[in-house]
Design a protein around this ligand. Structure first.
Ligand code: ADP
Ligand code: ZN
Ligand code: ZN
Length: 741
């Protein structure tokens, strides 16, 4: 085979194809599919990275134009054939270049200088005699050993390159106990597993047993159907994951556990380490490239078999993948909204399950409406756990804030919550005050009757735009003035809603000066580890009250927290997004789950101006099915997902008039090709954040039930537009079913 087929690491759509490169004589026989290589590219023959995806005996162009591969980057394949297939699937699905997808799957190349070393084994008492034996014979082992005799730690890769040997002599010396591998000091980013005590699995509850059986069954008889574990907070989902992982490991397979970054606390990781010890590794966004590369290498070499991490951990290179667990599957962070490819880890997991015949488990106390709908349709198997393992549910009470205003109570705390906080301080029990602010939108509502300014067309709340002092709908683009009085009751108390954690901290200090307070939000958690530090402090009882955003809603288990106050449930109810109801149900349930995790019974107050809203009512009753039934009706009547797909096209540029005009032109093109009215268009409208750094942002929404047809239609129409309109100064963002819009 003379030529290698290569994808180059430039992510421009014009060069998104496979290039032929000649394999020079010195590299013949050492190039494999999936290897990372350096190749000269373009007129200047600049050296760039490329990935070998195949071989050929024939050239596709004039032979004299074909260049030589310059070098190989690693001595092994960086991406397996199955993962090349995954990359191709991602390329189509997320309309990006193959090179982009490969780079998303593999780790960035880093200097391997200080990783996987060997050193003389100082624990071997008989080492001198052993060394003598080896040194007598002129073998590869002797050559390796001579490099190590002065006691240096030397990277395995250096030894192999320098002596031109493979792993065999090194492994033989390790077997004889003469040298040993040293990982702990050299692998970057290792989780310290040694300090975690081993635990014995508890006997399962009946509900856990049933869920385990369903998962085991799928592991034994692969059908490809993911299993959705819907278990209330504290129902013991993690124990189910542990058992499923145990089974995978016993069968010689590996496991990936996806956890939202925010829940990836020491506490969470330790539960896995306490069962599987040093087979476990962790990745997270704070690892640098080197650390990530090393953890990735340990997985590739089979030195670990359980990887815990956020979204990107789905790409952990286990070739014997047995199970992928996605905890808190409803979390929006599983979909990448910013970087290309804008992949969804849940969809990638499903594809991996096809490729590797591995089981996918989705777990949540509040499943996404889309996942639950799939379970209802039979695309997923559903397991339900409706009881907490060892404590009862907290008491949840809805507080009508309109009544507080009528009583002339203008503070952010209702009388009830205020009294409860006071009591808790006196009883030396802890309180969490929660502000479920999410996204950026600001809405306008009436404090007297609770009326919210809403687009009648789209049934989502209007978003207030400060710059123009107007309200606009992010779906259809309708714009209205801010009313002076409430259209419903005539009150003058109609204004935009905004309260932050700082404001709450001030109020706490004012009303409860004796309380010790901690605040956790984006501002107070900028520094590395500050997130964990605040939580530790609270756990040690160093504060009476913890104030926070959704950061504190996740997976935390504080024994002494008996009171939770949700300051304004309205903040998530009026996001100007069709998922506001879903988001609210999820946030309220999660926060409520923080109260009364130990013996003491918990109490939760939900303060709101919309106490009759179904999301709040059902969340207070812990009735997911009730919530789901109402929510799915709304989705159906308004034709929102899961009954359709939403494609968001955003144009960003300095000239607002021009981007608006171009979007209108695009709409014109789209309408022209909209045969049979298969597609619905909404907009153009200003984006939720309508201006960043002097760049205006406008968007157009296209809906269609068929995802593939929708994607093809949008890409086709955009191409048509590009042929006629100059889009040079506009950056175009495309997102299918985005998290926020
Ligand atoms: P979830 O993930 O569903 O919120 P957890 O897995 O955190 O629930 O379990 C809640 C608590 O119950 C944990 O402290 C866990 O150790 C404990 N637990 C789970 N399963 C059992 C069991 N079968 N027997 C006793 N305790 C259990
Ligand atoms: Zn009103
Ligand atoms: Zn609208």
């Amino acid at each position: 085979m003379e030529y290698a087929l290569i994808i180059v690491s430039l992510s421009h759509s014009n060069i998104d194809h496979i290039f032929h490169y000649r394999i020079p004589a010195r590299l013949r026989g050492s190039i494999e599919i999936g290897m990372r290589v350096m190749v000269p590219f373009g007129r200047g023959n600049r050296k760039i990275e490329g990935y070998v995806v195949g071989f050929s005996d024939n050239a596709d162009v004039d032979e004299s134009l074909i260049k030589d591969i310059a070098d190989i980057c690693e001595s092994y394949s960086i991406i397996s054939p199955k993962r090349i297939e995954l990359a191709k699937w991602m390329q189509e699905k997320y309309y990006t270049t193959l090179s982009n997808c490969i780079q998303c799957i593999i780790p960035k190349r880093v200097n391997e200088k200080n990783f996987a070393c060997v050193v003389l084994n100082d624990e071997n008492d008989n080492i001198e005699a052993e060394i003598e034996k080896v040194m007598k014979k002129d073998t590869k082992q002797r050559n390796v050993l001579s490099l190590l005799l002065n006691g240096d730690e030397i990277p395995v890769s250096h030894i192999k390159n320098f002596l031109e040997v493979d792993d065999a002599p090194i492994t033989a010396l390790i077997k004889k106990g003469i040298i040993k591998r040293v990982y702990e000091q050299v692998y970057r980013g290792n989780f310290n597993t040694a300090s975690v005590k081993k635990t014995v699995p508890p006997p399962l509850t009946e509900e856990q047993e049933n869920a385990c059986n369903a998962i085991f069954n799928e592991m034994d008889n692969f059908t490809g159907k993911p299993i959705l574990v819907h278990g209330v907070t504290g129902s013991g989902k993690t124990e189910i994951y542990l058992r499923a992982i145990e089974k995978a490991l016993n069968e010689g397979k590996s496991a990936i556990v996806l956890v939202p970054e925010i829940s990836l606390t020491q506490q969470t990781v330790e539960r896995f380490v306490s069962r599987f010890g040093d087979k476990v590794s962790v990745t997270h966004s704070r690892l640098n490239d080197g650390e990530r590369y090393d953890q990735w290498t340990r997985a590739r070499l089979g030195e670990i078999s359980v990887m815990i991490g956020p979204r990107s951990a789905v790409f952990t290179p286990f070739e014997n993948l047995g199970i992928i667990i996605i905890d808190e599957e409803h979390e929006t962070t599983y979909k990448s909204d910013q970087l290309s490819p804008k992949y969804d880890a849940r969809e990638v997991a499903k594809k991996l399950s096809e490729l590797y015949k591995c089981t996918v488990v989705l777990g949540s106390a509040t499943p996404s409406v889309t996942s639950y709908y799939k379970a209802e349709k039979g695309e997923y198997n559903l397991c339900i756990l409706s009881n907490r393992v060892n404590h009862s549910f907290p008491d949840i009470e809805i507080v009508d804030m309109r009544a507080e205003l009528a009583k002339r109570n203008f503070s952010v705390f209702s009388e009830k919550l205020s009294r409860a906080i006071k009591n808790n301080i006196e009883n030396k029990e802890q309180t969490i005050l929660f502000l479920n602010r999410r996204g950026y939108s600001t809405f306008v509502s009436c404090r007297e009757c609770g009326y919210v300014m809403t687009c009648k067309n789209c049934n989502v709340s209007y978003t207030y735009h400060k710059g123009i002092n107007k309200l606009s709908c992010h779906y259809c683009g309708a714009t209205v003035n801010v009313p002076a009085v409430c259209p419903s009751c005539g009150s003058k108390h109609i204004k935009y809603f905004g309260t932050g954690t700082e404001k709450i901290e001030q109020e706490v200090n004012k009303y409860f000066p004796e309380a010790r307070v901690l605040r956790m939000d984006l501002d107070t958690t900028q520094r590395k580890n500050s997130h964990q530090a605040i939580l530790d402090e609270f756990r040690r009882g160093k504060a009476d009250i913890l104030i926070g955003t959704q950061m504190i809603a996740k997976g935390l288990d504080f024994e002494n927290v008996t009171l939770v106050g949700i300051i304004a449930a309205d903040l998530s109810l009026n996001l100007g997004d069709y998922r506001s109801g879903e988001t609210t149900y999820q946030l309220v349930s999660q926060v409520a789950g923080r109260a009364g995790r130990a013996e003491k019974k918990g109490k939760v107050y939900i303060q709101t101006y919309s106490p009759e809203h179904y999301s709040i009512r059902y969340a207070a009753k812990n009735d997911y099915a009730g919530f789901y039934n109402q929510e799915i009706e709304y989705r159906k009547s308004m034709v929102y997902p899961p009954f359709t797909n939403i494609f968001l096209i955003m144009f960003v540029g300095e000239n607002e008039g021009y981007i608006k005009q171009c979007l209108s032109d695009l709409l014109y093109v789209m309408k022209h090709y909209n045969k049979n009215n298969m597609f619905t268009h909404l907009g153009p409208s200003p984006a939720v954040i309508s201006k960043i750094n002097n760049n205006y942002r406008w968007q157009l929404i296209v809906k269609c039930e068929n995802e593939e047809k929708l994607r093809n239609y949008v890409l086709f129409c955009l191409n048509k537009l590009k042929q006629n309109v100059n889009l040079k100064n506009i950056s175009i963002h495309l997102n299918l079913n985005p998290n926020y819009m």
